[in-house]
Write a protein that binds this ligand. Structure first.
Ligand code: HEC
Ligand SMILES: [Cu+2]
Length: 358
């Protein structure tokens, strides 16, 4: 078989055009990508550093993409098969040592530099928190987060995360069941909640407002619903919130019965035993809750249902699934973590409201 002609590479003029095109398109692409608003508001002291890192990655990667694509397209055009060459074999080429050294060395330098930058950034973000930093214990359970913090002699437990602005916080993250991941996109950091160990990160919220908390690790059927919010308050408002929370920590040995009323349980649950608030997922008029993950209890429970039937739905949620909803979303642990009395009271509370006697 005969060979096709060995066509030389680009002429000086082609090089010039190619280079100009690459520079212009890199500049345009970088401009477009930097203008795009990739992230939610920057709400913590580390958000800006992380966003800058992202910008640097874009600025470095776009020219590489353009060079690779440019060389590829030029080669397809320059060394395409011409009419009459269908039967010819390509010219024998034995590689190009100089080229290979260059295309190995340059990426090595780029990757090493980016890794060094990332490592410095990571060390900075993961620096140990100063002594006395406020600690918030975060516990993940299918499919909700609960939070606990000490303010002086008060132990504050809540299904809501509230923190003051401009004060460092360390989050100690745990899980009661499977792996979850505690992520507040506005703060940029996330960490897995792994059963059996405590993971953590620290940051300083820098913006007041309400931001999403998202579970970032597929953790079961209700994973998509494992969303809550964090409220960052000005210091004075935070102090007022703390003052309005519960009573001083119960003396040790207080046991499981926190003596919560049915309404308290429905609205706020009992994070210390792992009981997720019913109201996160259910509408109940008496409780004034608006959760939409599970059925509206006022509308879905027939008036003919007995207390025993309602009790069964709470203790054994997967025995019978309400039409239109998936199994495995409603926590199945209430029978274990609530006392019989607490469940009785919850049943009466729901029953009365459904009957219109609430
Ligand atoms: C994470 C969300 C979630 C939480 C928290 C939750 N539920 Fe549910 N619940 C559901 C879903 C989803 C269903 C429908 C599927 C099923 O039947 O298991 C449901 C079904 C029910 C039903 C049956 C309703 C009907 O259609 O007849 C009752 C009653 C109920 N829940 C009560 C409660 C009570 C009381 C609590 C708190 C102690 C609670 N739920 C907590 C999600 C939740
Ligand atoms: Cu989760």
């Amino acid at each position: 078989m005969s060979e096709s002609p060995n066509r030389p590479g680009p002429t000086a003029k082609q090089w010039a055009v190619l280079l100009a095109l690459m520079i212009v398109s890199s500049a345009i692409l970088i401009a477009i990508f930097l203008v795009i608003d990739w992230f939610p508001v920057a709400g913590s002291n580390v958000s800006d550093e992380i966003d800058t890192f992202w910008d640097v990655l874009l600025i470095v990667s776009i020219p590489i993409f353009v060079i690779v694509t440019g060389v590829l397209l030029f080669s397809v055009w320059r060394w395409r098969q011409r009419p009459g060459e269908e039967e010819l074999d390509g010219p024998p080429i034995h590689g190009n040592a100089k080229l290979e050294v260059i295309w190995t060395a340059i990426p090595t330098v780029i990757i090493a530099a980016l890794c060094a930058y990332a490592a410095v950034l990571l060390l900075d973000i993961e620096a140990a928190p100063a002594k006395g930093t406020r600690v918030v214990n975060v516990t993940g359970v299918q499919f909700a987060w609960s939070f606990e913090t000490n303010e002086g002699d008060r132990k504050i437990k809540a299904n809501r995360l509230v923190v003051p602005v401009d004060e460092p916080v360390q989050f100690k993250v745990r899980s009661r069941d499977v792996i979850h991941d505690f992520w507040v996109p506005a703060w940029r950091l996330k960490v897995d909640a792994v059963p059996g160990i405590t993971t953590s990160y620290s940051l300083t919220p820098t913006k007041t407002g309400t931001f999403d908390i998202v579970c970032a690790e597929l953790c079961g059927l209700g994973h998509a619903y494992m969303r809550q919010t964090v409220t960052v308050l000005p210091k004075a408002k935070y102090a007022a919130w703390v003052a309005g929370q519960g009573k001083p920590a119960a003396p040790a040995g207080g046991g499981e019965s926190a003596g919560l009323s049915a309404k308290e349980l429905f609205v706020a649950g009992n994070p210390s035993v792992g009981a997720t608030a019913c109201g996160t997922c259910h509408v109940l008029n008496a409780a004034g809750t608006k959760g939409a993950t599970g059925p509206n209890l006022n509308e879905m429970i027939p008036k003919s249902d007995s207390k025993a039937a309602i009790r069964e739905m709470i203790v054994n949620p997967n025995a019978e699934i309400t039409k239109g909803y998936a199994q495995g979303i409603m926590p199945a642990n209430y029978g274990q973590v609530l006392s019989a009395k607490e469940i009785d009271e919850l049943v009466n509370y729901i029953y009365d409201d459904v009957q219109g006697k609430g």
